[in-house]
Every structure is written in C-alpha cells, then in structure tokens.
Design a protein around this ligand. Structure first.
Ligand SMILES: [Zn+2]
Length: 675
C-alpha cells in the first residue's frame, strides 16, 4: 500500500522543498505564515469544508489550460493560467489559496503584457488551522493515509500579479481524477485511453485551481497528445470544439491538427465539470444538436441505444425551460468508468453497461441530460448541498421518462427507486440519511448513496403532489431562471421555495414538513407510488415462491428490465441454492448480458451459495468497473462468508478499476498492500 502512494509523497516533497526557501522569508514577517485566511463570519455558501481556496478574498474566474497528455509516463503536464477577481475587502497582503492533490508545481509566474514574467514565491503544504476554526476547514485522511482534501498551493506576493497567474505543473501517475487505460482495457484493444472524473473533489489532482463547486469558472484549453501508439487518437472535452460538431455560434469546429486540439467553455461552470477524454473515438450525429462519441467497436450500438436523445431534449425544454449549453453529446467510455454517467456539460460521459441493445437503460441519459438544468446550470454551492444536484435531477429524470416512454415505465422506475432507498436507509448511519448532510472531515464521494438522489426526488414529488403539477412545473422553471449559472445552498433553495410557493399557497404548504425533509434522518410520510405492472410481477413471484407455479410457467415474455429487476428483488435473501437453480434452468439468468439484470441475479446467487454462476461472477467483476455494481456484489460475498474469494477476485481486478471505485472497495475489503 505505502508503495502505491510513494510517488505522490515524492511529488509533495518536491513542492515543499521548492517552496521552502521562499517560505523562510515570509516566516520572518509573520509568526504563523502557515495559517489559512480566517473563515469566521462568512455566510454558509462561502465556506466549503472540502476546499482550501479563499474565493472570499481572491476568486478564480477563468482557467486557460495548455496541456500535454503523455501516455508513456501517464502524466499531464503544462500550464494553468488563472484569471483572478479580487474582492474589495481583500487585504493587500493576501495570498492566493488553491487546491492541489499530488501535483508537482514547476513554477508560478505573473505574466506581464509586453514584459518579462515575474516569478512568484509559493508553498505547498497542509497548513495549521486554528482550533476555533477547525470546523470551517478541510480535515481528515483517506484509507491510504493521504489527506482527503489534498495540499493547498499558496501563492504569495499575488498583489504583483495584476489579476493573472500562470502555474506550470505536472500530474502524478496516480492522479485520482485520471484513469489511464492500456489498449487491452478498451473495447477496441488497439489504443490506450484516458478519461477524467473530477467530481467530487478530484479536479485538483489534474488542475491547480479553487476546487469548490461554488467557484464557477469559464475555461479554454489546448491539448496535445504524446506517446507511442497515439497517432489518430482524439481528445474531447466538456466544451465547444469537439470534432465532428459545430460550435455554439454555428461555425464548424476546426479539423483538429494531428495530435493537437482546442476547446472553449464560455459559460461559467463549477470546476468538477471540467472533463477530458482521449482515445480512438468516432462520432455519430443523433440530430442537429446531439450526437455520440465512442470507440469504433461500440459506435453503432451507441447510436442505436441513444436514438431518443433529441426527443428527451425537446421534452425537457418544453417543461423546464431552454437548454442553455448549445450542443448535447454523449461519450461512451470503456467499462472501467466507475459511475453510470457523469454530466460533464455538453458532453455526458457514460458507462458502456447501459448499451443493453433494447434502449431499456436510457433513463441514465435522461438523468445526465436533466443535469443540464439541475446541477450544471443551478449547482450545489458545497458538497453538503449535493441533494440539490441529485434530488432535482432524479425527479426530472422520471418526468422525462414519463414523457418519452410513458407513465407505466416512469411508475416502475419510481417504485424500484423507493425499494432501493428503503433497503439502503435500513443500513445507513442516521447522519447519512439526511438530505442536507454534514460532510465535514469526510470524503464527499461517501455521500453517493440513494439519499441525495431518491429521497431528494421523493421530496420534490411530494411538493408536486401538494401544489399540483402545473404550479410546481412553473416553480421549477422560475427556479432554473432565477439561479441559472449560479451555485446555491440548501438555505437559498429553501428561501426561494417559501417565497415563491409556500407563501402563495399556505394551505398546500401545510402538507410539507420542511424540517423533517431537509434535516432529519429516515423518510417522512409519502404518497406511496404504485405500478400495476410491478404488482403483476409480484403476484407471479409469490406464486412461484409458494410452489403454485413452476419456474418455466412464469410469464416473462414481455418483461422489461424494470420487471426483471423487481422480480429478482422480490426473492428472499435466504432463497436456497436449489431454487435459484430452478430459476436459472428455466430463465437462463446466468447467461444474460444486461448488466443491471446480471448484477441483481449474481447478488442472489452469491447469497444462495449457487456455484453455477461463479464463472460468470468472476467475468463480471473483472470486466466491469461501475461502482454501483461492484459494491453490492463484493458486499454480498463478504456477508456470505466469502471474504477470501472476494479478495482474490479483487486482487486480480483492482488494477483495472478506477481510483474512485478502489477507494470504496479498499474500505470494504482492506487494501491488498496492507495484508
Ligand atoms: Zn446525477
């Protein structure tokens, strides 16, 4: 384990030593130079306990990137030139505080138009926070002992910089946002692949900036791709300029020079939405303003699966206001992507596990598209407000599904989500069941549970029921207009809700207990969702469990993925292996390719000790890196007393998993290096 972090420590050491001489000088002027600027008295949205940044004094406004992507050393090097806004209250001697993790900082200069750039002193070390402000600052360590929030880069004498500073840096090969894939880990098998995943606080591992969702930036980038075997690879970003598309103003993106690509994002976004991927990519349009990127081996399947995307955009605009980002494209990533999708603006990153061949899993596209309103347009100001991103988006997702695929399908997804939420609530700590969560001292990636998503969506569904759909849709449109391109807190949302909905209709407002929805664990009383189609599945499941029906008599011919999932979810945890075998022989479940069904089925086989599916389980866990599937399967193995087997498979698969999935699995199974 320690082996794995040594390169990072080395890089830290370089930074600290590099800054040391300079630090001595300022130490003479200040008895505690390593104390961050006070946060006492700042309003809640200005205090992000997951960032070292000091945007209340000096705020990063624009990031200009010149990057060289090197597949051989697995590093990105280059410069980030930051445009800065200084607050009127900022003291003249203030330093600029940025976030980094594992970055080597080569130099910091203040560019001078028409003159020589001036070097600025900097230091790179975790500061001493005064005890009385401890709860206002980052704190805590990861499972490998490194600080959760990385190391601040403090740039001194920033007053000389005239609003712009250029930082030359290089990433570590272990950068937590970057996954470097060998050709064997891609669908095509011929070329390497790189992708970034910056949410929640990983942008700082590849770009030095104020890595807080409350600090919105515009950006531009020039990306060069280097290393053996990279000829023909293409870079894409969450921005204008991706190949095959037109820019927002209608101009065609220029043909990229070989190995050199340029991008610009002119709308202010939170740093966690800066995204880059490089690989052997093709593009297929899905309409005038939508399209899909994928490896050649997957492009046809992807274009088929996502054909409904233009209809989804149209229906979301009709209900919730204009799509404000120009184009909407999707990028299908290799299987090691740890999430289902990531809503990088203009370019959703998606797992290939939703390519089911029957468009049954495209609610993920509805979800990522909905983020173009909730999350990307109106953003959580801190990670404690994460439910504002995910609860709104999960609610919008179901509304889009209802419009495009019908009420039946939306109801099924709602019921399944509630089942999942209730299961998870029964296992979560009380503090993790709260929508407006307190994540001080913790990694915000730990809050990726059903609570911000499905409890959040249920809250909005209850509001819709209390105030009526038309009224609530008006409210949502107004909310997106009012806070467009801003980052807001739960408190700001609450004030807007009270001012624009509760005060106008006090009668309906009495039906909603805001405090228990926002601040309490558990689930307040709800209007229980139902689905006729899932009720029919329940009847069949009961009949089979009672022995009134043979497995081959189950009428599964027209079942959707949702019905299969519900059927498997209705099986008791202690179903014996012999009965699991009956299902398998009649319904060929071990053979199924649909990743959602496969995951639910394999979990059942593990709990039952049904060994016939073991080979399929091995294959699944070693070829798919989506954390949503990995966690329940490994956990089922641990619960079933198969810890050794789980560790054996994990040791094999771990090098292929994304660092975010690895972090979660190390916690569950123990880091192999420590044993
Ligand atoms: Zn989401």
């Amino acid at each position: 384990m320690r082996m794995r972090i040594r390169p990072i420590l080395l890089v830290w050491a370089i930074g600290v030593i590099g800054g040391m001489a300079l630090q001595g000088r300022s130490a003479a002027q200040d008895e505690n130079p390593n104390r961050p600027p006070s946060r006492a008295g700042l309003p809640p949205g200005q205090v992000d306990v997951h960032s070292w940044g000091n945007p209340h004094q000096i705020r990063v406004r624009h990031v200009s990137l010149r990057l060289r992507v090197d597949f051989e050393s697995r590093t990105i090097s280059g410069t980030a030139t930051l445009d800065l806004d200084r607050s009127p209250e900022c003291p003249p001697e203030a330093d600029l505080w940025l976030d980094t993790r594992g970055l080597a900082i080569r130099s910091v200069v203040a560019p001078r138009p028409g003159g020589e750039p001036v070097s600025l002193p900097f230091r790179l070390e975790v500061p001493q926070v005064p005890e009385e402000e401890r709860l206002l600052f980052p704190s805590g360590a990861r499972s490998d002992g490194s600080p959760i929030h990385g190391t601040p880069l403090v740039i001194e004498s920033i007053g000389q910089a005239e609003g712009r500073v250029a930082i030359a840096f290089e990433t570590s090969p272990d950068a937590s946002a970057l996954q470097w894939l060998t050709p064997a880990q891609t669908a095509g098998g011929r070329s390497p692949f790189l992708f970034s995943q910056s949410q929640a606080i990983h942008a700082r591992s590849w770009i030095p900036l104020q890595d807080s969702p409350g600090v919105r930036v515009t950006y531009d980038a020039i990306v060069e791709v280097a290393g053996p075997g990279v000829a023909g690879l293409k870079a894409v970003m969450s921005a204008d300029g991706n190949f095959g598309t037109s820019r927002a103003d209608g101009r065609r993106a220029p043909e990229p020079e070989p190995g050199r690509f340029s991008f610009s994002m002119e709308r202010p976004i939170p740093p966690y939405l800066i995204a880059l991927a490089v690989g052997d990519l093709e593009f297929r349009p899905l309409g005038d303003r939508a399209g899909v990127y994928a490896e050649p081996a997957l492009i046809e399947a992807a274009a088929f699966e996502f054909a409904d995307t233009p209809a989804m955009i149209a229906t979301t605009e009709e209900r919730f206001g204009p799509y404000r980002w120009g184009r909407y494209d999707l990028l299908v990533l290799p299987p090691s992507f740890p999430f289902g999708g990531m809503e990088n603006p203009m370019l959703t990153f998606a797992t290939p596990t939703i390519l089911a061949g029957d468009r049954s899993l495209v609610s993920l596209v509805a979800h990522e598209l909905a983020h173009s309103w909730s999350g990307n347009l109106v953003t959580n100001a801190t990670w404690d407000d994460f439910w504002l991103n995910e609860g709104f988006t999960s609610y919008l997702e179901r509304r889009i599904i209802e419009d495009v695929f019908g009420a039946d399908r939306a109801e099924m997804e709602q019921v399944l989500a509630l089942d999942g939420l209730r299961d998870e609530l029964s296992e979560l700590d009380e503090r993790d069941q709260v929508l407006h969560i307190d994540l001080w001292g913790r990694d915000p990636d730990e809050n990726v549970t059903s609570v911000p998503y499905d409890k959040g969506a249920l809250f909005l569904r209850e509001l819709e029921r209390a105030f009526g759909r038309d009224r609530f849709d008006d409210f949502l449109r107004g909310y997106f207009d009012r806070f467009a391109f801003q980052s807001i807190t739960t408190g700001q949302f609450e004030r807007h809700l009270v001012d624009h909905l509760f005060e106008a209709e006090p009668e309906a407002a009495r039906r909603i207990d805001l405090r228990s929805w926002l601040d309490a664990p558990g689930l307040p009383p709800i209007d229980e969702p139902t689905s006729g189609r899932l009720a029919a599945v329940d009847r069949q499941a009961k009949a089979w469990l009672a022995g009134d029906l043979e497995a081959r008599e189950l009428d599964t011919k027209d079942w959707s993925t949702q019905e299969w999932l519900h059927f498997l979810g209705a099986m008791p945890a202690d179903l014996p292996a012999s009965r699991v075998g009956e299902l398998d022989r009649a319904l060929m479940l071990t053979q199924r390719g649909n990743a959602e069904i496969a995951c639910a089925w394999l979990e059942l086989t593990i709990r039952a000790g049904y060994g016939e599916a073991d080979a399929r389980l091995d294959r699944f866990l070693t070829t798919i890196g989506r954390r949503k599937f990995l966690m329940p399967l490994y956990k089922a193995m641990v619960d079933a007393g198969q810890l050794d087997r789980a560790r054996t498979i994990y040791a094999m698969a771990r090098p292929k998993y994304h660092p975010i999935a690895v972090e979660s699995l190390d916690l569950l199974l123990g880091d192999p290096g420590d044993r």
